[in-house]
Every structure is written in C-alpha cells, then in structure tokens.
Design a protein around this ligand. Sequence first.
Ligand SMILES: Cc1cc2nc3c(=O)[nH]c(=O)nc-3n(C[C@H](O)[C@H](O)[C@H](O)COP(=O)(O)OP(=O)(O)OC[C@H]3O[C@@H](n4cnc5c(N)ncnc54)[C@H](O)[C@@H]3O)c2cc1C
Length: 477
Amino acid sequence: MGEAGGGVPRVVVLGGGPAGLGAAWQLAARGRARVTLVEQNSWFGGNAASFEWEGQRLDFGSHRLHPACDPAILAELKQLLRADLIDRPRHGRIRLLGRFIHFPLKPLDLALRLPPSFGLGLAKDGLLKPLRRGVGGDTFAAVLQENLGPVMCRRFYFPYARKLWGRDPAELSGIQARRRVAAGTVWKLVRKVLSMVPGLKKPGAGRFWYPRLGFGQISDAIAAAAQRSGAELLLEHRVKLLESPRGAAPWRVWIDRGGKESVLEADFVWSTLPVTLVPKLLAEPPPAAIAAATSAVRYRAMLLIYLKLPIERFTEFDAHYFPEAEIAITRLSEPKNYPGLGVPHGSTTLCAELPCELGDDRWKADDRALGDLVAADLARAGIPLPVAPSAVRVMRLPQAYPTYLNGYEQPLAELDRFCDALPRFLTFGRQGLFQHDNTHHALAMAWGAVDCLDGGRFDAAKWGEYRKVFATHVVED
Ligand SMILES: Cc1cc2nc3c(=O)[nH]c(=O)nc-3n(C[C@H](O)[C@H](O)[C@H](O)COP(=O)(O)OP(=O)(O)OC[C@H]3O[C@@H](n4cnc5c(N)ncnc54)[C@H](O)[C@@H]3O)c2cc1C
C-alpha cells in the first residue's frame, strides 16, 4: 500500500461504480489527491446505474438505498440530491407456497395468507433449535438448517440459494448465510415481522431512499460532484494493463478507448475491479497459485430482462420475489411503481432478474427467448402478462453476486495478500473485496479508504481496522 513522494499524490481509480466514484469524489473534495477515474462503460454507476430505454428511466434490477446507510454518508447524499432523494415505503410481494405475501412481512397478512401448518412448523423449528446445535459443519445449508430449521430452509432459502448462486446449499460456505440472511434465526424473523407493527416500528423500517431519476442518479450526482472538485473522470476507457512500479517510480496504467491506447501515471492505484482481474491485468504474469486462485473465486452473472407492455400498469407492487424452484426468475420489479420513474403514460416496463453463469446457455440466449421465459414464469406464478410485450431488451451483468463456495476463503485470502503486496495499490468495493454488499456498504468502503490516505501516506493499519468492520456487513434486499 505505502507512501508516495512529496506533494499531493496522483491516484488513478479503476471502475466508476459507487465505490470508485465515491472515492474519486472524496479524494478530490478533501484535497487528498489529484484523481483520474477510468470506467469502461459509457455511463457511471456500475451495477447500480440507471439507463433510458423506450422513454423510461430503468435501473439494473430492483435497487433501493437502505436506511442502514451510514448517517454521515447519507447526509452528504441528501445534500447532493436534495429534494430528488425521496423516502418511500416498500410495497412488494413474495410468492411462497403458491400464494403472495406482502414484503416486508406483516403479521396480519402472514396469518391470513399462509396456511397455519407453515406457521406451526416454523414455531416448532424455533423451539427445537437447541437440539439442532452443531449439526453438519459450516455450510450455507448447515448454518440455516441449524438456526432456522427445515421448514424455512426447504420452502424458502434452499430453493432461492440454488437459483441465486446456481449451487446446492451444501456447496456454499456458511459465510454466505451469515452475510446474506439478515433474519438468520426464527426469533430474528419473528422480531422482524413484529417490527412492522404500528407502535413497535423502528424509524426507517419498511422504507427506503430512492432518487427521482432512478437509482443511478446517486452515482451520476457523485460523478458530477467529483468533477466539480477537480477529479478527471474517463468513460469508455477500459483498463488494459497495469505496470507495477519499482521503488518510488509511478504506476503505469494502460487504458484503451476504441482500440486507441494511452497511459496514465499514478502514485497510487485504487481498484474496484473484480479482484480476480487484477493479477490478469498486471504486466508480469502472476505465480501459478495466484492464477489458480483467480479461477477458484467465482462471481455469479445476471440477466436483466426488460419487457415493455402497452398498458398503464402491470401491478401496484414495486417488486415481486420468487424464491421457489418452479419459477426461474428471482425477482420482478416494475420501475413505474418507484417514485419519479412513473413518467410514461400508456405503457409500463417490467424488469425480471435471472441469475446465470457467464457464457452459459441462458447468458447466450436471445432477447426473444428470454422474454418468452419471463412470460411463461409469470403465467406459472399466477400473474400472467395481460398483453404481449411491445419490446424486449436484455442487459447482462457479468459480476452480479460473489459466490461463496465452500473453501473460497483460501484462494480469496491469497488474492487479497497478492494485492496487498503490490506497492501503493488498494482493492475495494463489492467486486474488489468480493463482498455481497449493498451500495451503502460500497460507499462506506470508499469513505474509509479516503480516510486512510493523508499527506501522501496510506495508513495500512487503519485500513485493516476498516476491513474488520466491512467483514460484518450484512446485505439487505
Ligand atoms: C440485481 C442487483 C440488485 C441490487 N440491488 C441493490 C439494492 O437494492 N440496494 C443496494 O444498496 N445495492 C443493491 N445492489 C448492489 C449494488 O449494485 C452494488 O453494491 C454496487 O453496484 C457496488 O458498487 P461497486 O462500485 O463496488 O461495484 P460495481 O458497481 O460493480 O462497479 C465496478 C465498475 O468497474 C468497472 N470495470 C470493470 N472492469 C473494468 C475495466 N477493465 N476497465 C474499466 N472499468 C472496469 C465496471 O464497468 C463497473 O462500472 C444490487 C446488485 C444487483 C446485481
């Protein structure tokens, strides 16, 4: 990590998602560095961006800013976005046992919609928890089986996990359960449900922040603020090669724009790119163990299938969640039901989320076939499309979710150590730390990193303390 020569250091930030943009903004605004950011896409925001299609602003899947956002960061976002950052209630549904229940869960709705046998099974699993202690090791399956019991696992988490990560729950690490499942025991689940009862409700429960022009407005506003503070932001530039420095020499970052190459010199390189990409980008080939580690650490890809319907609205709900196996998609959102995105009259667009592997048959399927798959799923779910879509578009995210396979910690730790040993180099963000994190977590990483760089010196011990906090992040849906 280390120290640069005298003066204000030059930092090249790789990646223009929330983590990279947040770092570029804060470095420039606090005068900690002269910053250039390099992003391969023609837009800012990475997986948390918005784009325009057929006259409507759309997000890359259902995105919301959770009230758990660090208050200091939230305050800065509120200052940037002002009245455009809107606080609103969540209004979604989960399909379970062939019925739709409200999400966030509500006690009365649950009691009325789910069969009593389900609630009784859950309660029994809660009471029998002491008898399940320590069975089966530290896998996703074992952790949830022990803490939640068979009913919730069989009906909800196990089929959902198979869809989200494409693996059997026993092949996934226990860390995936701890990071991904906020209501990790029956009693936490009960507390969560009770927290939605008027009078017991905590501030922010069942609500979220959302910008008027789509979730990507957060990244766009940060990008504009970074530029106002003097940061240089390069779109449509792909990082091609990293030449690591000897001694006090600068890094050389080779970038490519439409086949035209150029080079940036930097005292520090801060990367938010997938951590598996870093060894491959370095001019010097990595040791064999590191090359092997890049294949052992795996990201799950995602298809976002947008269907434009020539009707005013499909449903009143912002998102539908589909944990069960008979429906292939994991979530369906209707952007028109988010504040500010309800612009077009006479049409609405649905966004279906379909996890897959990079390059598999789903990834390669054409837009029409994927549109048909969504239509068939919705018919099976009991909410068929009332009309045929007038247009279909598919967006592909190569790195949507980190997949915590059993034993992934070792190759990840090797990659982490490898990056750590690079002089004046930092890896962070959702892809860079391989953490299944929300945007507010990615921003917290950016703020933390900037806090560690002062007077041209990066405080590695302080960063180590931040990393311990990042390891406690639990993702929110
Ligand atoms: C379907 C889905 C739904 C989500 N919902 C929510 C939600 O509701 N709330 C929430 O808070 N979070 C949500 N998230 C998570 C959120 O998207 C991430 O936390 C956030 O995008 C992480 O930001 P990041 O900057 O760390 O990484 P990314 O957004 O992945 O940004 C990394 C950037 O690096 C760029 N890059 C990669 N390689 C190169 C290269 N060679 N050269 C140049 N640039 C490169 C990429 O183009 C990208 O822009 C969701 C994620 C997904 C996939």
